[in-house]
Design a protein around this ligand. Structure first.
Ligand code: ADP
Length: 369
């Protein structure tokens, strides 16, 4: 077992209440519910102090990975390492309370009959009472809710409940904080500011955080790195920028931006699509490829453009409009996302062009060029 020399030392003792951010490594993790394999060999490391988002559609295995990390679920094969030390694997299984790993649930799970201070103190039973109270108060202060310490959860708004749950998860100073869809229960208008506050608190405490979300935009706003999962497998891991600009396959491309998909073939070093052509890159002459064109990359003008098109429908959704267009040589509708009010009402015939950087090529089996 080799530990990363850059990793900070981990102090899991709760008595001192001190721990440094740790790295958490999933090493070839497999897991099954009954006969169904739900995690199919995931290797992934959250670096010390980073916010890593587990992103993927419902059922892709995000929560299962989080539960394995927390120790409430055991993998069928593979190892879990905290700062290079095995905490779960063939030779060892540390129970949840010995891992120095905190878990924040989706529904916040506050106890209604306990004061807010006692809710936060709940995970600090290993500490002497006075120390536990001090630490609970410090955690409440960190999330800006000290004034509610003696009140009960029913007086809190959804956003405040989320902050109490965060304070409770952070109070034992976990080396790694695991958060399962932490904002999904919140009003969409509150989400942005609560997410920003949470991120600021995570940065301040310097905890390593693994955050589950199915929302690509949320992952892009929060994460230092994003791990994209599909059907129990890791598709790609990287920064938001890397995943957006260089998605590994069509699935990843479609997860980060709305796309039109065309089938095409390489001819004379280029790929011709119904909305424009692009250099074939490493794809061979004659190869069949899948082409993804971002909706936001389709430019629609009254006169300027390369390809004539007819507007079939327009939908105003606030700052932008979604267009459906018919273009020559293409049976499928082409979709575009343009600035609202850019085109006069009633306009039918337009011209299209596409930014080359918004055209992505993939092998027919799905890998990117
Ligand atoms: P996600 O968090 O990405 O939505 P999950 O980790 O919850 O995905 O689920 C992964 C797969 O495991 C899904 O196919 C789901 O149906 C299955 N699964 C999750 N929990 C259970 C369970 N308790 N019993 C049986 N199957 C489960």
């Amino acid at each position: 077992m080799v530990s990363d020399p850059q990793d900070a030392p981990v102090m899991t003792t709760r008595r001192a209440g001190v721990s440094f951010a740790a790295s958490l490594t999933f090493e070839d993790i497999h897991h099954s519910y009954h006969a169904k394999e739900t995690i199919k060999g995931v290797s992934l490391a959250a670096k010390a102090g980073e916010v890593l988002c587990l992103l993927g559609p419902s059922g892709s295995g995000k929560t299962t990975l989080l539960r394995i990390a927390a120790g409430i679920e055991k993998q069928s094969a593979g190892r879990l390492l905290l700062n290079g030390q095995e905490i779960s694997g063939p030779s060892v299984f540390l129970p949840p309370e010995k891992r120095g790993v905190g878990l924040m649930f989706q529904d916040f799970a506050l106890f209604p009959h306990m004061s807010i201070r006692d809710n936060v103190r709940f995970g600090l039973t290993a500490l002497p009472k006075k120390e536990a109270l001090n630490q609970a108060d410090a955690a409440l202060e960190r999330v800006g809710l000290s004034h509610y310490a003696n009140q009960y959860p029913h007086v809190l708004s959804g956003g405040e409940q989320q902050r109490v749950a965060l304070a409770r998860a952070l109070a034992p100073r976990p080396a790694v904080l695991l958060m399962d869809e932490p904002f999904s229960g919140l009003d969409s208008r509150l989400k942005d500011s609560i997410r920003a506050d949470t991120l600021a608190i995570l940065r301040e405490t310097r905890a390593t955080a693994i955050v589950v979300t199915h929302d690509a935009e949320e992952a892009m706003r929060m994460a230092d790195r994003i791990a994209l999962l599909q059907d129990g497998r890791l598709v790609q891991v990287g920064t938001a920028d890397e995943l957006y600009r260089h998605p590994r396959n069509l699935f990843a491309a479609g997860f980060f931006s709305e796309i039109n998909v065309f089938n095409a073939q390489v001819r004379n070093g280029r790929v011709d699509t119904p909305v424009g052509t692009v250099a074939a890159g490493r794809h061979q002459e004659g190869e069949r490829v899948s082409v993804a064109v971002r909706l936001s990359g389709v430019r629609v003008g009254e006169e300027e453009g390369d390809i004539p098109a007819r507007i079939l429908s327009r939908r105003f959704i606030g700052v932008v409009e979604l267009l459906e267009l018919a273009v020559p040589r293409c049976e499928d509708v082409v979709r575009a996302r343009i600035r609202a009010d850019q085109l006069p009402q009633g306009l039918r015939d337009v011209m299209l062009s596409v930014n080359e950087r918004d055209i992505l090529l993939f092998e027919k089996d799905g890998s990117a060029s």
